[in-house]
Ligand binder design. Structure first.
Ligand SMILES: [Zn+2]
Length: 231
C-alpha cells in the first residue's frame, strides 16, 4: 500500500537530513559562496510531501538542525520555531514542478556575480562544470525582485531543463537529486567563474574551452551515473 503523503501522516525521522542540510549550509559559507545568513538551502523529505528549508535571518554558524523549518509543498509551515527562507516560493515551486529534484541551493558567489553583472557568461572552461551541468551551462533569469510568486515562476521558466539559473546581481539557484548535489553544482559554477575571471584578467584573449569531444564524453558519463537523470 502506498504510504500516506500528507503532512498529517506519522512524523518521519528526518534527523539525518536535518544534519546534512546544516552541514551543506555551513560548507557553503566556508567556501565563501555565502556570508552570514545569505542564501538558502532545502531538501525534500523522502516519501513525504514535506520539505526542510533553512530559516530566514539565522547565521549559519549559529544554526542547528532544530532551527530548520518543515513546510509542505504549498508553502505552509508544518513544524519549526522560525520563519522559513524568504525564497520559499521558488524552492516549493521547484519541488512541485520537478518531481525528481531532492534538493535546492541558492548562493551568492562573488566571481560569478561579477561576470554576470558585466553581461558575461560562464563558459565550459572547466570539466567539472561541463560534467555537473550536462554541458548546458547556466540559464539566466530576467532581473526582477526576488521572493515573490512571480519571481519563482519566472526563475523556473528561465531554468527550463538547465540545472542552475543565474539571478543577475544576486546569485545562483541550483537543483539536484540531493541538497549536496545542488551545492556541488554551485561550487562547480563558482569555480568555473573564478577560472574564467582569472584567465580574462591576464588579458591574453578568450581562454580555450574544454574540447567538444571531451565535453560529449563528460555529458555521457554524468548521464550514465544518473547525475543528470530527470532533465
Ligand atoms: Zn539571495
Amino acid at each position: 500500500m502506498e504510504q500516506a503523503l500528507d503532512s498529517d501522516a506519522e512524523p518521519v525521522d528526518d534527523t539525518g537530513l536535518r544534519r546534512t542540510l546544516v552541514a551543506v549550509a555551513r560548507q557553503a559559507e566556508a567556501l565563501q559562496l555565502v556570508q552570514h545568513s545569505q542564501g538558502n538551502f532545502s531538501a525534500r523529505v523522502p516519501g513525504t510531501n514535506l520539505v526542510l528549508i533553512t530559516p530566514t535571518g539565522i547565521p549559519y554558524v549559529e544554526m542547528g538542525p532544530e532551527d530548520l523549518v518543515a513546510v509542505d509543498l504549498e508553502r505552509n509551515t508544518v513544524r519549526g520555531p522560525h520563519r522559513p527562507s524568504s525564497e520559499l516560493e521558488v524552492h516549493c515551486l521547484t519541488y512541485r514542478s520537478r518531481p525528481w529534484v531532492g534538493g535546492c541551493a541558492h548562493v551568492e558567489p562573488p566571481y560569478l556575480n561579477a561576470l554576470y553583472a558585466l553581461n558575461l557568461r560562464v563558459p565550459n572552461v572547466l570539466g567539472n562544470f561541463v560534467y555537473l551541468f550536462a554541458g548546458r551551462g547556466l540559464a539566466v533569469a530576467p532581473a526582477i525582485r526576488s521572493g515573490t510568486r512571480e519571481f519563482a515562476e519566472i526563475t523556473l521558466e528561465a531554468m527550463g531543463d538547465h540545472l542552475g539559473v543565474v539571478w543577475k546581481n544576486h546569485g545562483i539557484f541550483c537543483v539536484g537529486h540531493t541538497v549536496r548535489s545542488a551545492l556541488d553544482r554551485c561550487v562547480a559554477a563558482e569555480q568555473a567563474a573564478k577560472v574564467y575571471y582569472l584567465a580574462l584578467a591576464l588579458k591574453r584573449g578568450e581562454p580555450d574551452l574544454v574540447p567538444e569531444g571531451a565535453q560529449e564524453d563528460m555529458v555521457r558519463t554524468a548521464a550514465a551515473l544518473g547525475l543528470t537523470r530527470g532533465i
